[in-house]
Unconditional design. Structure first.
Length: 212
């Protein structure tokens, strides 16, 4: 496979990741370790490498006042970045431009580390377009699956109209009675053909005329 095909296979393999972590502000997010593990396992399977490269990094000291220290200073980090996907088998590569930024109250290195961790997570999520939510994976799957197409009536509308009228005239409107009636005459409005139902209808009419 070519590199793009391999990346597509990785995207197909990671259909959804549940948000399990809670940030300081209460927002839920995906566990970075879980995300990287899922992606890297598939990268290893397809012999794909990902190279992050920083360019033009900037560290600035900024005002970061707190309730107890209005004169406090913090550190702001930003850099241009390029993520390069490389196929270890063919050396084909794809470069994706990116950007990272973060701040920290006391340590410029931690500002840089936070930027790399945070934006790696979002690069992987957005590149592979991985859905994330708080829902349990099974619940999410059921919530997002395509609805089943409406069943098509195969006995024909004319026969349906006849059947409705027949059931009303013969007190066969209760669900249990209708079910037993269909089972007795071995037909299903969604499966029995018009031709077959015409024969069944003749038998029904004959049986009920004898009863009358």
């Amino acid at each position: 496979m070519k590199l793009l095909q391999k990346l597509l296979e990785i995207r197909k393999a990671v259909e959804y990741i549940q948000k399990t972590e809670r940030g300081n502000q209460g927002a839920m997010y995906v566990d970075p370790a879980v995300l990287v593990k899922k992606i890297r396992d598939k990268m290893d399977e397809h012999n794909i490498l990902l190279f992050p490269q920083l360019s033009q990094p900037v560290v600035e000291q900024i005002s970061a006042p707190t309730k107890n220290n209005p004169n406090a200073m913090g550190f702001f980090f930003k850099a241009e970045m390029t993520y390069t996907w490389v196929d270890a088998e063919s050396s084909d590569e794809i470069k994706i431009p990116w950007f990272v930024t973060a701040k920290h109250m006391t340590d410029p290195a931690m500002a840089g580390g936070a930027a790399l961790t945070y934006f790696e997570r979002y690069f992987l999520l957005k590149f592979f377009q991985i859905p994330t939510a708080k829902d349990d994976p099974e619940y999410f799957k059921n919530k997002t699956k395509e609805p089943e197409p409406a069943k098509q009536i195969t006995i024909g509308q004319e026969n349906v109209n006849w059947l409705v009228g027949f059931c009303q005239r013969n007190n066969l409107t209760e669900p249990k009675a209708k079910k037993e009636f269909q089972e007795h005459y071995k037909f299903d409005v969604f499966k029995t053909s018009v031709e077959d139902f015409e024969k069944i209808k003749q038998t029904i009419e004959l049986d009920f005329s004898e009863v009358a």
